[in-house]
Design a protein around this ligand. Structure first.
Ligand code: FES
Length: 283
């Protein structure tokens, strides 16, 4: 590995360590995560978020009874939009469903004391479920693409790097040839998320071998399937993963210009494209 390649990998490692260090401060705190995906926003999750913010400010230096800081953050869609707005309180993963503004003082008070707001927990056949991952909707799912949605703030590149983001890009750009990237994608059986489920590796290989230049990479996030939201959830909840994939694909097919085709109605996604500016931090 030459010196310049090593330096770039080192700088990504430094950023990752920094992000993990700031996460360790979060680990010693109580983190109230408010889902701010489009579904929950439609149920007024923003009002809940600002009410929580005010409640925290009202209580000054907000600490729980056991001395931990109480921190508020926004996340992307958790997937269970029909029961929004959803709040998950970490580290115990306490999940409150259908939260309203008027619930906020009780949530804050009970969270500070280490107690639960029973009325907002999931109820199933007479039993009450506290942790989000124990709710039947999540329990039998293997969440691959959307797994980090409920754990990261989509606006934070540090959150993305902390959870391993941009490592695959660094490896592809600095340690692999475009052919090796395509072979890896073919081996992985990665498919499109649309109805056709077309194999990504085959698409990339075909585009790479096309003779015409220049080549462009286009992320089709138009989402023609009515109400599917499979693109929307990932673009809003984990946008850096899309950008990382875009750059890897561009490298593999020999393109140096890319576009993300987003619906005008998807305002949240469009605003998150600003994170592209952050990429200068790494590459
Ligand atoms: S937008 Fe909150 S669960 Fe989907």
């Amino acid at each position: 590995m030459n010196v310049s390649v090593k330096n770039r990998i080192d700088s990504l490692d430094i950023l990752k360590k920094k992000a993990i260090k700031s996460q360790s401060q979060l680990n010693n705190s109580i983190v109230i995560s408010v889902c701010s995906g489009t579904g929950c926003k439609a149920y007024s999750s923003d009002i809940v978020f600002y009410a929580l913010q005010k409640e925290i400010e009202k209580n000054g230096d907000s600490k729980s009874k056991d001395g931990r800081n109480i921190i508020l953050r926004k996340t992307g869609c958790h997937g269970y939009c029909e029961r929004g707005p959803i709040i998950v309180i970490h580290p115990d993963e306490i999940c409150y469903l259908g939260v309203k503004e008027e619930n906020v003082p009780e949530i804050f008070e009970k969270t500070s004391k280490g107690e639960l707001v029973e009325g907002l927990l999931y109820k199933d056949d007479g039993s009450t479920i506290v942790r989000e991952s124990d709710i039947p909707f999540y329990k039998y799912q293997q969440r691959i693409i959307l797994d980090n949605n409920s754990k990261i703030d989509p606006r934070s590149i540090d959150d993305y790097i902390r959870t391993g983001g941009y490592q695959a890009l660094a490896k592809a750009l600095l340690q692999m040839t475009p052919e090796e990237v395509i072979a890896e994608i073919k081996k992985s059986n990665l498919r499109g998320r649309g109805g056709g489920g077309f194999p990504a590796g085959v698409k990339w290989e075909t585009t790479k071998s096309a003779k015409d230049e220049p080549k462009y990479i286009i992320v089709n996030a138009d989402e023609g399937d009515p109400g599917a939201y499979m693109d929307r959830s990932v673009l809003e909840g984990n946008p850096h993963s899309v950008i990382e994939g875009l750059i890897i694909a561009a490298y593999a097919i020999g393109s140096n210009q890319g576009f993300i085709y987003v619906r005008q109605e998807y305002l949240l996604q469009s605003s998150r494209q600003k994170i592209m500016d952050c990429l200068g931090k790494i590459f």
